[in-house]
Design a protein around this ligand. Structure first.
Ligand SMILES: NC(=O)C1=CN([C@@H]2O[C@H](COP(=O)(O)OP(=O)(O)OC[C@H]3O[C@@H](n4cnc5c(N)ncnc54)[C@H](OP(=O)(O)O)[C@@H]3O)[C@@H](O)[C@H]2O)C=CC1
Ligand SMILES: O=C(CO)COP(=O)(O)O
Length: 328
């Protein structure tokens, strides 16, 4: 029997559990889900389900669980699947246990609030320059964990590493495409959340499906401009991490960002559901980045202003519709 490669997924929320569950079914891999709550990890091991994050989805018998940080020490691939703002803390916590040759991957979609940094930059900063890859694209945790067909992009600056990650971590139901454009892939993931909130606002305020389609297209143009200015490739955001994810989360009520936007748009917002809404954090950071880089991001700016209570929705619509007429 060939030796299985060790994969550790850190972060026992919806996405981390889904990734670990689907990858565990790959015979060539030995997968451990590492969480910080020992009681939860022991329950997951005993019950083989995560009712808090993935209700009704059975977890494979071969999936291993641990609450011990040294469980990462034998891993060749380590996936960081906690929220964007927790990536730095997690990296610091697990750094002493990582094997020298381990490849690290951020699975979050966002930007660091305090610095505006991409999450690969955050991991590299906290892990003393160890090169980091990024996983992003359309895929709800529940779909991935149920074994429904899904495809995402995995980006590393080194072509060999990107291809190795895509080859190794893909499964029969979870297909990864390799990219070397970490900037494009990560900005696509972070900005689509902001634009999904905008789509939710459109839906909640009853502005119509035509407005949503316009927003998706102009939102994509906005992403392309920022990616281009930040040294990424504009065409990257026309792929899975960008257009693909924007179509998914800008239209599906499974999306927490969309639901948050609907609540804002229908003025039903009462301080939040407690769900993680990455776009609510990313909006202000991306707006700031746009200003700093001299890139026009009208939809992102409007979402940031609406969330901050500086702009009413009718005024935002007026502002977007009365911009100077230009070419597409
Ligand atoms: N859910 C989805 O469908 C998808 C999510 N993503 C992205 O994945 C990221 C995580 O989302 P999701 O899993 O849904 O979020 P959840 O809220 O479901 O889970 C977040 C998990 O992160 C853990 N966590 C928080 N801080 C730390 C830390 N410092 N160290 C270790 N673990 C920590 C939490 O642990 P605890 O319970 O102990 O607080 C929790 O288990 C987000 O950036 C999201 O955009 C990407 C694609 C799909
Ligand atoms: O990014 C996701 C699917 O690709 C999940 O979207 P939400 O965070 O909006 O639920």
């Amino acid at each position: 029997m060939s030796v299985r490669q060790n994969v550790v997924v850190i972060g026992a929320g919806a996405f981390g559990t889904a990734l670990a569950a689907v990858m565990a079914l790959q015979e060539s891999l030995r997968v451990t889900l590492v969480g910080r709550n020992p009681i939860l990890m022991s329950d997951l091991r005993d019950l083989r389900s995560h009712d808090g994050s993935l209700p009704g989805v059975p977890l494979p018998d071969v999936l291993e669980f641990s609450a011990e940080p040294d469980a990462v020490s034998e891993a060749v691939f380590v996936l960081f699947a906690m929220p964007s703002q927790a990536q730095a803390d997690a990296a610091r916590h697990y750094a002493p246990y990582l094997a020298r040759q381990a490849a690290v991957v951020t699975c979050a979609k966002g930007l660091e609030r305090t610095s505006g940094a991409l999450l690969t930059e955050v991991l590299e900063r906290e892990l003393h320059g160890r090169p980091a890859a990024a996983l992003s694209g359309p895929g709800f945790a529940a779909d991935i964990a149920r074994g429904l067909p899904t495809a995402m992009t995995i980006a590393a600056s080194d072509t060999d590493l990107a291809e190795t990650l895509a080859q190794t971590l893909s499964t029969r139901t979870f297909r990864l495409y390799a990219s070397t454009d970490r900037t494009g892939v990560q900005l696509g993931g972070a900005l689509k959340n902001v634009l999904a909130i905008a789509c939710g606002i459109v839906e909640g305020a009853g502005l119509g499906e035509s407005a949503r389609a316009a927003l998706i297209s102009r939102g994509l143009a906005e992403m392309s401009r920022l990616v281009d200015r930040m040294g990424g490739r504009a065409e990257t955001v026309r792929g899975l991490s960008g257009l693909g994810d924007l179509v998914l989360t800008g239209t599906s009520h499974q999306s927490r960002n969309l639901r948050y936007g609907i609540a804002l748009g229908s003025q039903a917002h009462n301080g939040g559901s407690g769900d993680l809404v990455e776009g609510a954090h990313a909006a202000a950071v991306a707006a700031e980045l746009g200003k700093k880089q001299g890139v026009d991001l009208p939809i992102t700016n409007a979402v940031a202003d609406i969330i901050a209570g500086r702009l009413a929705i009718p005024a935002a619509v007026e502002q977007l519709m009365t911009r100077p007429i230009t070419t597409e």
